[in-house]
Design a protein around this ligand. Structure first.
Ligand code: MEV
Length: 437
């Protein structure tokens, strides 16, 4: 399909829909119905969503669910999760319940500092640049006062700015590497505004400063980094190996050994590590999305952290020592509970309320726990029954919906599969058998 258009963003919503139906959807009345079906009848709410982004034609729903019974540092949480994958919330809830009876999760924020950089080229000597930087550093900071005032009043702001020599990697390439404390805000706008001000000051000063005015200083770009290896949170669970006993008849010692080995495999084998970490992200992304945070930023930062030692590895770790089973995770998480979508998206507000309007630090802990819980549930299934048993049970409803089963049929088939193995074919057969009865 090669139809192009100019001025599309200026069209009204209905005109945009007419255009795509005509040029890309073969004038399909069904497609129009589906697009319109997802509009919200509350006009103000619909307008709010329309204005989040450009060229909005409809809404894209994800289920918004909750996983109860999470005990974190002795407080109980019901965690909101937005995700489409059938088994994730069930798995999280199961892991929460399992650990509720065994002391719950412990979580701790190690640090919350975030990073932003001004990337620039400079043709003079490193010594002249260092002398220049030393002289202008206070100005770099004072020139941002209008931006940083409120953040400083609340206890945050710019932590430091360093000059970094990267000219061995790329000729003439240097950075202002700045660290920030943004408190309960994710801080992207704050950081980027400060960086752009640093860049202006840097450029202006360089043209008149005695150390640099003979040389060329060119700012390439100024942007925060989503790699936040210092903005770290840890979460863990532990119990006596014998207390791992569940009502599945599996020997707890064997389970613990196998579980630890499964984690070790993900520490040494990247093919496994990626899937292992994907399971962790099932929990993390779902909470990040439900609480209106930027899951792309979180994903990028976490995966970079998983590869920080030069090889992609598991984000979680497990051990059995002196009869104690321990399972833990350490991840970078730059999250906010103020600003961004948090005040704007009504469901995000509810999600945060549900968590007791957490600080960013609390949300970091809760999110890390959701990731660890998800990982625990996945590894527990993988090393015992296999993943498909639970997964297909949860997927059953999707298959029944695909087959357009009625509510009565769904009830009967779900009851049938309480004692039978779910596969796509077995569901088709069961439904067929029921319909021909
Ligand atoms: C599926 O979404 C996630 C798992 O593959 C994670 C894992 O293998 O650890 C089950």
């Amino acid at each position: 399909m090669t139809q192009t258009v100019s001025g599309f963003s200026k069209l009204s919503k209905s005109e945009k829909i007419n255009w795509i139906i005509k040029h890309h959807l073969q004038d399909s009345a069904d497609a129009r119905t589906i697009i319109l079906q997802y509009w919200n009848s509350n006009e103000a709410l619909q307008n709010l969503h329309d204005e989040f982004i450009e060229n909005t034609i409809s809404n894209y729903y994800l289920p918004f669910a909750v996983a109860p019974n999470f005990k974190i540092n002795n407080a109980i949480y019901t965690i909101p999760m937005a995700i489409e994958e059938s088994s994730v919330v069930a798995a999280a809830s199961k892991a929460a319940k399992f650990w509720l009876d065994r002391g719950g999760f412990k979580a701790e924020v190690i640090n919350t500092s975030k990073v932003g950089q001004v990337h620039f080229n400079y043709t003079g000597s490193i010594q002249s640049l260092q002398d220049f930087f030393k002289e202008i550093k206070p100005k770099l900071i004072s020139a941002t006062e209008a931006l940083t005032g409120n953040m400083i009043k609340r206890g945050g702001g710019i932590i430091d700015i360093e000059l970094r020599d990267k000219s061995e990697l790329l000729p003439n390439y240097y950075q202002l590497h700045a660290t920030f404390e943004t408190l309960d805000a994710m801080g992207a706008n704050f950081i980027n505004s400060c960086l752009e001000q640093f860049a202006h000051t840097l450029k202006d000063e360089a043209t008149t400063n005695a150390y640099t005015k003979q040389n060329r200083l060119e700012v390439i770009m100024s942007i925060l980094s989503n790699y936040v290896p210092e903005c770290l949170v840890t979460a863990e669970v532990s119990c006596k190996v014998e207390d791992l006993k569940d009502n599945d008849g599996i020997n707890p010692e064997d389970f613990a050994q196998k579980f630890v080995q499964a984690v070790k495999i993900a520490e040494v084998e990247p093919y496994r590590a990626v899937t292992h970490n994907k399971g962790i992200m099932n929990g993390i992304d779902a909470v990040v999305l439900a609480t209106g945070n930027d899951f792309r930023a979180v994903e990028a930062g976490i995966h970079a952290y998983a590869a920080k030692d030069g090889r992609y590895k598991s984000l979680s770790h497990a051990s059995v020592e002196n009869g104690i089973f321990k399972f833990w995770i350490e991840i970078p998480l730059a999250l906010g509970t103020v600003g961004g979508l948090t005040k704007l998206h009504p469901l995000v507000k509810v999600a945060l309320q549900l968590l007791g309007n957490p600080t960013a630090k609390d949300l970091m802990k809760i999110t890390a726990v959701a990731g660890l819980a998800q990982n625990f549930a996945a590894l527990k299934s993988l090393t015992t029954t296999g993943i498909q048993q639970g997964h297909m049970k949860m997927h059953l409803m999707n298959i029944l919906n695909q087959l357009e089963a009625t509510s009565e049929e769904k009830q009967l088939i779900v009851a049938h599969f309480k004692t039978h193995t779910v596969t796509h074919n077995s569901v088709i057969e069961a439904l067929k058998a029921h319909r021909t009865k």
